[in-house]
Design a binder for this molecule. Sequence first.
Ligand code: COA
Length: 260
Amino acid sequence: MSYQNILCAVAEGIATVTVNRPDKLNALNRQTIAELTACFRDLAAADEVRVVLLTGAGEKAFVAGADIGELADLTASAAEALACGGQALMDLIENLGKPVIGVINGFALGGGCELAMACTFRYAADTARLGLPETGLGLIPGFGGTQRLPRLVGRGRAQELVLGGDMVPSEEAMAMGLVNKVFPASELMPAALKTAGRLAGKSRLTLGLALKAVGDGLQMTQAGGCRLEAALFGVAGASQDAREGCRAFLEKRKPEFQDS
Ligand code: COA
């Protein structure tokens, strides 16, 4: 499918999705949200895609937020509908069933920070800055930021960032758990591709089960999450890939997984 505001390329099991409005710092207008939603639906269904990288075009921004041009004159129902549409995209990415690595090459603000937080984990350039500046616009985060940020960094830091609206450099974001690793800008994409390549070599079944155990488990009590983990461990344990992985270890060879 061809898109106006995003790029999507697939090579060796790795899809790279690039938000491509660099003149607007890759801001998420409605069309971009719709295109990302269609693209991620396709990627979820595409068997050849094992891992997804999500990044922004140009050197300046990952995504600098929702498109402020579409926020100035909203009614309550239009604003709520916009939030629901953005949240549906974030939920789709978070629950894709395959890893999505956020490759934060520059500003990740507002909806851009929320997009990054919906990814499985995040790598950032040392030049990137992250934050939820919505209160400065008389708004609050609407694409899940008030919920995902405290789950990543804790309530106190999340409240400080949401209320104050300050941008934090990537090193500080890493120290609080908002990004996993920081790289010099030129090394960011090679590092993300290396990690994606390692994940693409694993069993798709196994990674899907692990993603479900962590993701669904976080919505439950610890006891419920452990029960879920045991059930999913049952599925993994009886799989061909568990037999192959364990035998390969014992036979001192590399496993050849079949995703089953
Ligand atoms: N929505 C719409 N347009 C945006 C945008 C957004 N979220 N963020 C940046 N842009 C546009 C600017 O309006 C400008 O367009 P123009 O050249 O047609 O005037 C272009 O992108 C470049 O941005 P500019 O502000 O000139 O770059 P800068 O280097 O001076 O500042 C930022 C960079 C990120 C600090 C600044 O653009 C900014 O604060 N953006 C908004 C961040 C935000 O509040 N996001 C949350 C939205 S809910």
